[in-house]
Design a protein around this ligand. Structure first.
Ligand SMILES: O=C(O)COP(=O)(O)O
Ligand SMILES: [Mg+2]
Length: 228
């Protein structure tokens, strides 16, 4: 038996567990160059990620000259995804302390889950290449339940709870998509300030903000008494 206050901790992927900005940025710039648009800087990529690949591309197109017709955007999204899939783990790494934190949670008997707005097959491929897939009881992507069910809707987090049978879940994320989904699902949410953060971390609407993964376990312990 274990006595950690949460039996399940779900994690967002991009900007939370992994810094994917390098590989996402290169795939995005590949797509922009096909459209004859200028590249975006790494720093700019942060503000574009969170709502899935297509939204990232749409946001970049809007900034670099305006949107494209739906059909062209869809075709370009497919090219972006193909490029990303072929170069998915060139620059991508876990954030500092992520692996030790996951080890420590698992050692306390806590189930880990992965819930991302990335396409599920991309998330699986990336986690496989980094040797991380087996750490998660379930891996859920933005398309797992079909169109229109991604975060900030609560659906993916509800599926996480359903699949794992968790009684007391928590979620960790980096954007308003994560805090919105967690709030809608009634799940406490920790925000990581080192992620892509589409607003100042303390204004994202999570329950608490951490600056390093070393803080996650003590923070969850404290959060449990506040959200009991
Ligand atoms: O692919 C995205 O835009 C976001 O992915 P995330 O939900 O893992 O942050
Ligand atoms: Mg994220």
């Amino acid at each position: 038996m274990h006595n950690f206050p949460f039996d399940l901790v779900g994690f967002d992927l991009d900007g939370t567990l992994l810094d994917t900005s390098g590989d996402l940025g290169e795939a995005l710039n590949h797509a922009l160059s096909l459209a004859g648009r200028p590249p975006v800087a790494r720093q700019e990529v942060y503000a574009l990620v969170g709502g899935g690949t297509k939204l990232m591309l749409q946001r970049a197109l809007e900034r670099s000259g305006g949107p494209l017709p739906e059909e062209e955007t869809a075709a370009l999204t497919a090219q972006l995804v193909a490029y990303y899939e072929a170069h998915i783990a060139q620059h991508t790494q876990p954030y500092a302390g992520a692996l030790a934190m996951m080890d420590a949670l698992a050692a306390q008997g806590v189930t880990l889950a992965l819930v991302t707005n990335k396409l599920e097959h991309l998330a699986r491929k990336l986690l496989d290449e980094l040797g991380l897939s087996s750490r998660f009881a379930t891996i859920i992507g933005g398309d797992t339940l079909g169109a229109g069910r991604a975060k900030p809707k609560p659906d993916l987090l509800q599926l996480m709870v359903e699949r794992t049978g968790a009684r007391r879940p928590a979620y960790v994320g980096d954007t308003s998509f994560d805090t919105g989904a967690a709030r809608a699902a009634g799940i406490p949410c920790v925000v990581v300030s080192f992620g892509f953060c589409d607003a100042p971390p303390h204004e994202l609407g999570g329950n608490v903000v951490i600056d390093h993964f070393d803080e996650l376990i003590p923070t969850l312990t404290k959060l449990a008494t506040q959200t009991a």
